[in-house]
Write a protein that binds this ligand. Structure first.
Ligand code: EPU
Length: 346
């Protein structure tokens, strides 16, 4: 046992730390509340030698086995506004262990606009840049200024600008070339005093109309609309285990899209540079999976959004992964499109 860190725990169940509610175990587990505490942990020989997994809210993760290493649980808190900039924007700093939605609520309470479309996304602030979270026409990168991260090998604190983060669709350098090398400790966003309503996503406009909002909506109203859409479609992880979209929406070439469209005239698609993005939820639903239940009903595909796999209770990560593979195979066979998981499979 290490006397240096009483925080280091052994054989800890991770069930409460992943929104899928999978009962995997970590050999070692340690929470940290500051960059200094994290650095101290990284100096322990037991931690240095072990594979490391940093957990925020555990909302984009599927455990298929016990984790034979150390789980570092990010609990760095803190929300603050930094200086108001000459152009009327405001910088807001958040500790990586804060809940993402808590940050959205904080910015709305400060009268700031920029991330209201990202309301109610599960998970923590520190996990948001890893996959450049996005919803309803806005991505994190649109409001991102810089982040601070500790390099695991050296313990050094470093700043990453937006360019250095290499953001893409559900992508960043921290999922690619720098995977496993840095731990995000804080994120700084640039937000606006004047509302920057983005209601390009059709469902937002319809919902605002239903709410009786006819003029330019306030950031609070956009947030309310997003919350109501999410609640109507996406399962609440507190009630049904899930990790949001299980797959990414695939991109196909224009030629491939045209050929598929001739065969399946209903096929939706959104133009993107270099091709067309197709909603995976539609493809999966067409293959008959929506609302499907497996393992005597213990797990399956959500009945209101086919892109979301759910654990109704007692599923293993192995079973969920096997279901995901069946879905991938059926979409491949029917449409010739390869789906890729969006969640991290451990
Ligand atoms: N659709 C179906 N059947 C379904 C689900 C979707 O036909 O069961 C089709 C419909 O045509 C619908 C279209 O897919 O119009 C788009 O559906 P939706 O607006 O629900 O969005 P999505 O493409 O399925 C993406 C993100 C979500 C995000 C929403 C809203 C990815 C992988 N997912 O889903 O993000 O909330 O857009 O912007 O890009 C997440 O990443 O965990 C997540 C929930």
């Amino acid at each position: 046992m290490s006397s240096a860190s009483p925080a280091l725990q052994h054989d800890v169940s991770l069930r409460a730390y992943n929104t899928f509610g999978i009962d995997a175990k970590a050999r070692l587990f340690a929470p940290f509340r500051s960059a200094e505490e994290l650095r101290a942990l990284l100096q322990l020989p037991e931690v240095q030698q072990a594979p490391k997994l940093v957990l925020g809210g555990g909302s984009n993760l599927l455990f298929t086995q016990d984790f034979d290493g150390v789980v570092l649980k990010n609990e760095i808190r803190g929300l603050e506004t930094l200086d108001e900039q000459a152009d009327g924007t405001m910088l807001v700093r958040a500790g990586a262990g804060e809940s993402w939605h808590g940050l959205v609520e904080y910015t709305l309470a400060q009268g700031l606009s920029g991330i209201e479309n990202l309301s109610l996304i599960p998970g923590t602030v520190g996990a948001a840049p890893l996959q450049n979270i996005g919803a309803y026409g806005v991505e994190l990168k649109d409001a991102f200024e810089y982040l601070e991260a500790v390099e695991i090998s050296s313990g050094q604190l470093r700043r990453f600008s937006r360019e250095e983060c290499g953001f893409g669709y559900r992508e960043s350098v921290f999922k690619g070339p720098l995977r496993g090398q840095y731990i995000v400790t804080g994120v700084v966003l640039r937000l606006h005093r004047r509302p920057q309503a983005n209601t390009s996503y059709g469902a937002i406009r319809t919902t605002l109309e239903e709410m009786g909002v006819t003029e330019e909506p306030t950031p609070q109203q956009v947030s309310q609309a997003v919350i109501s859409i999410r609640r109507s479609k996406l399962p609440d992880p507190a009630q049904i285990g899930n990790a949001g979209s299980f797959f990414k929406n695939p991109e196909v070439s224009q030629a491939k899209f045209d050929a598929l469209k001739a065969q399946f005239p209903e096929l939706p698609g959104y133009p993107v540079p270099g091709g067309v993005k197709v909603p995976a939820g539609w493809l999966i639903e067409q293959c008959g999976w929506k609302g499907h239940r497996a393992g005597e009903g213990r797990y399956g595909v959500h009945d209101r959004q086919a892109l979301v796999l759910v654990n109704h209770g007692g599923a293993t990560g192995h079973e969920v992964r096997a279901l995901a593979e069946e879905i991938i195979a059926s979409v491949r066979e029917r449409f010739g499109i390869e789906l890729h998981p969006e969640v991290n499979i451990m």
